[in-house]
Design a protein around this ligand. Structure first.
Ligand SMILES: [Zn+2]
Length: 305
């Protein structure tokens, strides 16, 4: 997973940003259902937050993280198929309130966030894998561990520059990250639709209580990294040291990666909107959002702000 803050920022920038934002009608949907779009932007990462406090303690102690089978399932079995399954229900009206769904526009907003998530993963993972591969050989660590360190510093440094200050460890960071995941899962209409879509696209769906636990873990994550403990994640000194190694190298610059993620996010969000709205057909959707091939070193069971 790219870090959750990156997903939030990429969604915001592609929809509301000054540089090539999405079409006006798309912005309106996200504006009306902002928290649902934000929920969509982290939906496939939620499983990584199960038992977050334990993961955080391991992380601070420098211990490797446990893998998340569900996190891997979401990313490998077909996050694009999940998006398609949700969009089909927007398109044919099964998501509507009359049909017993949570509402077409509500589900569409979740889809737009999910589309943005997929765009960011597709753009940012190749570089992370490449650096992780080289570093794990040089340092005798695992690629998964390196993946975690690289994404953490890229996000921490990027956001410090983006906001003009570091938000880690500050209370406003909570609102930056928090999403109504628990509320959505507790909503019967939404849960019915989501679990049906998960079964259709992933071949199975988590139990509702299991997913509630992920949602609680996600909220704990938002709480912990926005509390003074959040400062343990990346100190100024560590960020300084990481800058020339993980943020800018001889042949990469994370600023460019983010720019590309933002424009890919815009393209995915617009394609998802057009398909959900019935403006284009399935081939157009697949051409715009290709089915993802699994990552060579896949998602690891980690969280990073
Ligand atoms: Zn992801």
């Amino acid at each position: 997973m790219a870090t959750e803050a990156v997903h939030m920022t990429a969604l915001h920038e592609s929809v509301h940003g000054a540089v090539e934002p999405v079409a006006g009608e798309v912005t309106s949907v996200v504006r009306r259902h902002r928290s649902l779009a934000r929920f969509g932007a982290v939906l496939v990462d939620l499983a990584y937050f199960e038992r977050f406090p334990i993961a955080f303690a391991r992380y601070v102690a420098g211990a490797p993280q446990a893998r998340s089978a569900w996190g891997d399932t979401f990313h490998e079995k077909g996050p694009t198929q999940l998006l398609e399954a949700l969009l089909r229900r927007v398109r044919d009206g099964r998501a509507s309130a009359q049909a017993g769904g949570p509402g077409r526009e509500q589900v569409l907003a979740v889809c737009l966030g999910l589309a943005s998530h997929l765009a960011v993963d597709v753009v940012s993972h190749p570089l992370v894998h490449r650096i992780a591969h080289v570093r794990s050989h040089a340092l005798g660590t695992s690629e998964a561990q390196e993946h975690q360190v690289i994404e953490k510093f890229q996000s921490a440094i990027f956001h410090e520059r983006y906001h003009g200050r570091d938000l880690l460890g500050r209370s406003i960071y909570f609102d930056y990250l928090d999403v109504p995941a628990l509320e959505m899962i507790n909503d019967d209409r939404f849960w019915r639709l989501l679990s049906e879509c998960m079964r259709e696209s992933l071949g199975r769906a988590p139990m509702r209580d299991e997913m509630r636990a992920w949602a609680r873990g996600y909220r704990q994550y938002a709480r912990i990294v926005s509390s003074p403990m959040g400062r343990l994640v990346a100190t100024s000194r560590a960020k300084e040291e990481a800058f020339d190694v993980l943020y800018r190298g001889k042949d990469f610059n994370y600023d460019d990666v983010f720019d590309e993620a933002r424009s890919r996010s815009r393209a995915y969000v617009e394609a998802a909107y057009a398909y959900g709205h019935g403006d284009v057909d399935r081939d157009d959707l697949e051409a715009a959002i290709p089915r993802q091939t699994p990552d060579p070193v896949h998602e690891n069971g980690i969280w990073i702000p």
